[in-house]
Ligand binder design. Structure first.
Ligand code: NAD
Ligand code: ZN
Length: 341
């Protein structure tokens, strides 16, 4: 079968051939319809330090997908051939305390599809049946293909009560822009989002942010005055991975504010602990999606009118994968979809 794989230890990604996957007793095999390119795939594409340390070569990458059940393992119940599914890309051990307590997103031994094990940029992928998630018929294939990053946005944004709150999101990448839409949908008052990329800020505005701020051109403090926010933000969502963005977020939080951190800062990022201590901030780290609360929330929000459609800005056939990766690298994109059929 056809796969998109890291076949050389250098920048790039290549079409290649692999065997049809084996279907374990507890697995399902999914025939892929659509995949989306994640920031993680760009790290792998660029072959940066993290990728060199983490990704075996050769390896089929990709973890954002929608498809249909093509084969069902002997022990699996609850699925029928042809069911339309997306999948949770974090495969957890099932044995540790957190897994056994139903907190699978906190598993200590998580394996990532397309990172630590063979991925979904393929005609077929095998995952444990418990990781497959059926998609209701009134949700499009395009949106189903991005449930993984939509889930990151959902898990982060819904970490704290947003009703009537003023929310600051730092970073208007695809996940930050989706978080803006979720915050607005969930009843936040002001949803202010920052970036240094005007294309992405415009996308976040279309998604429902009440005010976008290019921090290279405007000051967040001035915007707070303009909005009559004298005390500071109630909830902060860090979605840039940028240390300066995190610092300005801390400075703009109200006392007692709550901060959820998804963005991955580099390891020498400085934190001004005084902001956290004297303001009594609550900080929560976010990894992946809650299994499977986040998935049910995503479905419910789409079915209750959340509109994420502007986030999908590019569509290519799988043969045009290079254009898809170029669009992602340009910074002038939201989500980029690669169509397998
Ligand atoms: P992305 O790289 O597309 O978006 C980050 C955005 O931050 C970019 O648009 C960039 O221009 C912007 N930015 C850069 N400097 C800034 C500054 N000073 N102020 C404000 N914005 C600034 O990433 P994404 O795919 O949207 O993901 C968001 C973050 O979440 C990334 O750091 C990613 O690595 C991380 N992530 C974490 C998890 C997790 O489980 N914790 C999962 C997925 C992604
Ligand atoms: Zn576990």
């Amino acid at each position: 079968m056809k796969v998109l794989a890291k076949t050389h230890a250098k920048q790039g990604i290549w079409m290649s051939e692999e065997n049809y996957p084996e279907c374990g007793h507890n697995d399902v095999i999914i025939k892929i319809r659509k995949t989306a390119i994640c920031g993680t795939d760009m790290h792998i594409y660029n072959w940066d330090d993290w990728a060199q340390k983490t990704i075996p070569v050769p390896m089929t990458v990709g973890h954002e997908f929608v498809g249909e059940i093509a084969q069902i393992g002997e022990e699996v119940t609850g699925f029928t051939i042809g069911d339309r599914v997306s999948g949770e890309g974090h495969i957890t051990c099932g044995q540790c305390r957190n897994c056994r307590a139903g907190r699978r997103h906190l598993c200590r031994q998580t394996q990532g599809v397309g990172v630590n094990r063979t991925g979904a940029f393929a005609e077929y992928v095998a995952i444990p049946a418990s990781n497959a998630f059926k998609i209701p018929s009134n949700i499009s294939d395009d949106l189903a293909a991005i449930f993984d990053p939509f889930g990151n946005a959902t898990h982060t944004a819904l970490s704290f009560d947003l009703v009537g709150e003023d929310v600051l999101i730092t970073g208007a990448g695809p996940i930050g822009a989706m978080a803006a839409a979720i915050a607005k949908h969930s009843g936040a008052r002001n949803v202010v989002i920052t970036d240094i990329n005007d294309y992405r800020l415009e996308l976040a505005r279309k998604m429902g942010a009440t005010r976008t701020v290019n921090v290279e051109k405007e000051s967040l403090r001035d915007i707070m005055t303009e909005l009559g926010m004298l005390e500071g933000f109630d909830v902060g969502l860090e979605m840039s991975g940028n240390g300066m963005a995190f610092q300005s977020l801390l400075e703009c939080m109200n006392h007692g504010g709550k901060v959820a951190m998804l963005g991955i800062p580099n390891k020498d990022t400085n934190v001004d602990w005084n902001q956290i201590i004297f303001k009594g901030l609550v900080i929560k780290g976010i990894y992946g999606r809650e299994m499977y609360e986040t998935w049910y929330k995503m479905v419910a929000m789409l079915q209750s009118g959340l509109d994420l459609s502007p986030i999908i800005t590019h569509q290519y056939s799988i043969e045009e994968f290079q254009q898809g990766f170029d669009a992602m690298a340009s910074g002038q994109s939201g989500k980029v979809i690669l169509n397998w059929c």
